[in-house]
Design a protein. Structure first.
Length: 416
């Protein structure tokens, strides 16, 4: 089917996506954070910026933002009602059935951004790149953050195949930015850019970062911005930030000063990404790392922030994830586990969470002495967390889990 259905769907809406400027962000890890940071910097200048991110943590409207403010419930309902007859037309007049859940949300986003006259929209890829519904746009800049193992059932069982799919967002004669470091994978990105005559900017070659204890320096062409500080925690967020800065700096039509960048980076807050929340006598470290690449980055950051510390870990993992590798990374920093199953289901009602007993079985196989508790749902987990003596509790393994735990902790979703 490729992109025929979403293209037909959008044609019935008079192609709102063709009337906007974009930055398109894909990759295995960091694409949500990179999208968020990019939009935040552009907004700090005074531009009107659309932003799509997925999945949502607590409410569907989190996916569609204007100047980092979610679309209102009333506006969301208004656009859904406008889309309903068009969705029926896609089913009747097309040959691909109804649009998918994601296609409907992306179409809604394009309509919303166009009718609100955004200066630019930052669009996060849903899955992959080449065949993703977002790939109907023609961005000014495409960002491929990095490449790792994820969604192998959809994208292929080799990193080269995954890289080929994700490089599909690079567009002819446009700019592309990448943080890919593996030589063979970088070659895939470079070959794609060369084939399309795209101007590829590579981390470590065309732009560089020098990390310090509590700051970092950024270098790109004639630009040097020293002693930058970031309110987001984790070394991986520094990498995401320099990708965002490079994409913005490469946009000749958008003037963004170094001072604006410096100030914007101090005001960032992105729920569920190495988020630290103090509630009474406990600190909850909440991160939606859900594949080995993301978990490796999370564990590395935690070891730097909390040297030699072990954590009680609340975990649930999606069925299609490499749970063994994820647990291998977590076990060295775990004092105990609370294993649960998030409630998210597919459009057809199939549970997405891996069975707790599979996760517990693997934990016991690797370390039979570690304490493991199982819970039925988020509220049950909340009560189990209250019984923990430790001051710090890590919640990770899935953004779906993160959303449910944030909800029972009474946390509101806010990125402003």
């Amino acid at each position: 089917m490729r992109l025929e259905r979403i293209s037909f769907f959008l044609s019935l809406l008079n192609n709102p996506h063709q009337k906007l400027k974009y930055i398109h962000v894909g990759g295995t890890a960091g694409k949500g954070s990179t999208s968020f940071i990019t939009a935040s910097i552009l907004e700090a200048v005074g531009y009107k910026v659309g932003l799509t991110i997925s999945p949502h943590l607590q409410k569907i409207t989190e996916r569609i933002l204007l100047n980092r403010t979610p679309i209102s419930d009333d506006q969301f309902i208004y656009y859904v009602n406008r889309l309903k007859p068009v969705i029926e037309r896609v089913k009747i007049e097309g040959k691909w059935g109804y649009p998918s859940y994601f296609e409907i949300l992306i179409a809604l986003s394009f309509m919303y951004f166009y009718e609100n006259k955004v200066d630019i929209a930052v669009i996060e890829v849903g899955l992959g790149g080449n065949l993703d519904a977002t790939n109907v746009i023609k961005p000014e800049v495409s960002i491929v953050t990095n490449i790792g193992w994820d969604h192998m059932d959809w994208l292929g069982n080799s990193l080269v195949k995954i890289a080929t799919e994700k490089a599909g967002i690079i567009k002819p004669s446009k700019i592309a930015v990448t943080g890919v470091t593996q030589k063979n994978i970088k070659r895939v990105i470079m070959d794609k850019a060369k084939e399309l005559n795209a101007d590829l900017l590579v981390l470590g070659k065309d732009f560089k970062v020098k990390k310090h204890q509590n700051s970092f320096d950024y270098f790109f062409k004639n630009t040097q911005i020293k002693n930058l500080k970031l309110s987001l925690q984790g070394d991986f967020q520094i990498t995401n930030t320099v990708l965002a800065i490079t994409a913005i700096k490469s946009l000749s039509s958008f003037n963004v000063s170094d001072d604006t960048i410096r100030k914007a980076l101090l005001k960032l807050h992105f729920p569920g990404r190495l988020e630290s929340v103090n509630i009474r006598d406990k600190t909850f470290i909440i991160d939606g790392a859900h594949n080995p690449m993301k978990m490796k980055a999370l564990v590395s950051s935690l070891k730097k922030i909390f040297p030699n510390q072990k954590f009680p870990i609340v975990i649930s993992i999606k069925k299609d994830k490499d749970y063994r590798k994820i647990l291998d990374l977590l076990l060295p920093i775990a004092s105990e586990f609370i294993v649960t199953e998030f409630e998210k289901v597919t459009d057809t009602g199939v549970k997405l969470a891996r069975k707790s007993k599979e996760i517990i079985s693997y934990i016991n196989k690797i370390d039979s002495n570690i304490k493991v508790t199982t819970t039925k749902n988020a509220m049950d987990t909340f009560h189990a967390m209250q019984r923990i003596i430790d001051n710090h509790i890590l919640v990770t393994g899935s953004l779906y889990l993160v959303g449910e735990i944030r909800e029972v902790l009474g946390l509101k979703w806010d990125i402003r």
